[in-house]
Design a binder for this molecule. Structure first.
Ligand SMILES: C[S@@+](CC[C@H](N)C(=O)[O-])C[C@H]1O[C@@H](n2cnc3c(N)ncnc32)[C@H](O)[C@@H]1O
Length: 244
């Protein structure tokens, strides 16, 4: 089943106002890491899977990409992208990754930032990505770290009586599949997969693993969001880069 929480008005308003604040895990942890994994954008034909409001697509064309196709399941996100991050070299398409069909198109770089954990069939995405990549093309994606998605309650910090954080609890690691959580609204579904599934599915599709990043905060993040020091205790995200 495909979920489209970003078209829920309460969720969308809360999420966009968080992102507009510029003080987020995306700004200080995930985005710097995924950008650092890109060798070059110059002259590249790029596909952004789960492009959201199009900031990353805009970043790509401003840094030399020839063409970007950004796709997202959410009408809200695509409307926002077409308003705020419109560009002659970018096409935004409202479709799910699962239903995406791009006849006769191949890409030098496929990016997917924090969308993969919303998708039930990981193997099908990787098969599709592989078929859409040019030879030597790169696939770079970030997802919530399996250490974060594993435990069913998804509320993992264990505190002492005074509320100090003692440690991060890991459980149900080998049990892949749906996890439900409250994030602005009830019933947000994410999918947990082990590290070996994340990696071996790439290998089984003939992709060559190039880099894995378990990012920590950049220095500005620690000043502006002191709780990001916790990224030293457990990573929230994993960024994986593979080549065809
Ligand atoms: C956390 S947001 C990240 C947005 C953007 N990549 C960024 O980094 O700013 C996740 C995005 O994935 C999209 N998404 C979730 N499930 C999807 C699916 N099955 N197909 C396409 N997009 C999906 C959401 O609508 C949302 O825009």
């Amino acid at each position: 089943m495909k979920q489209n929480i970003y078209d829920n008005d309460i969720f969308f308003k809360s999420y966009t106002s968080l992102r507009d604040s510029g003080i987020t895990y995306n700004d200080f942890v995930e985005q710097p890491a995924i950008k650092s994994a890109i060798s070059s954008l110059n002259g590249k034909n790029i596909l952004d899977l789960g492009c959201g409001t199009g900031e990353f697509a805009k970043y790509c064309v401003e840094n030399g990409a020839t063409k970007v196709v950004g796709i997202d399941i959410s009408k809200n996100m695509i409307e926002h992208a077409n308003k705020e991050n419109k560009h002659e070299k970018i096409d935004y398409i409202c479709t799910s990754i699962e239903d995406l069909e791009l006849q006769n198109q191949k890409f030098d770089l496929i990016i997917s930032s924090l969308a993969v954990h919303y998708i039930a069939d990981y193997s099908a995405i990787i098969e599709k990505v592989t078929s859409l990549l040019n030879k030597n093309g790169e696939y770079i994606f970030s997802t919530e770290h399996p250490i974060v998605t594993a435990r069913k309650e998804m509320n993992n910090w264990i505190d002492d009586k005074e509320g100090n954080r003692l440690h991060w609890a890991l459980d149900n690691y080998q049990e892949e599949g749906e996890r439900e959580q409250h994030w602005y609204i009830d019933g947000v579904i994410k999918y947990h997969r082990t590290i070996s599934t994340l990696i071996n599915t790439l290998i089984n599709n003939g992709l060559v693993l190039e880099k894995i990043i378990e990012p920590q905060s950049i220095p500005t993040g620690l000043e502006k969001m002191p709780k990001l020091i916790n990224e030293q205790r457990r990573p929230s995200f994993i960024v994986i880069k593979a080549k065809k």
